[in-house]
Design a protein around this ligand. Sequence first.
Ligand code: ZN
Length: 110
Amino acid sequence: MTTQLFAQQRDDGTVDAGVVKKRAIQCALSRICGSCGKSLTWPVAFVGSAEEAAALLFAFPPLHPSCAEELLRDAPGEQVLVRTGGFELVRPTRRGDPVSFRPNSVIEDD
Ligand SMILES: [Zn+2]
């Protein structure tokens, strides 16, 4: 199965291995899922490395929890999932650097 994630699709239809910055910003401002491109619901989930989870700073845009779980299945290993009630977009301090996402009010698993 080829997964085409919303946040990795360039305007010309090609796919970025990382995250397309324009899409990442779009996800944040329009509150849409980085995987399916539909409106986010509550809670929001982030998927990233253990380091990203520890720092609470993610490169990949917010996701539906179900989309996040699907991503984890497709990319097993060190990836972790964090659920949160909200997030903020962190703009880079240096021009040209990627944006990142800071979840707030992290929801702990039972
Ligand atoms: Zn989704």
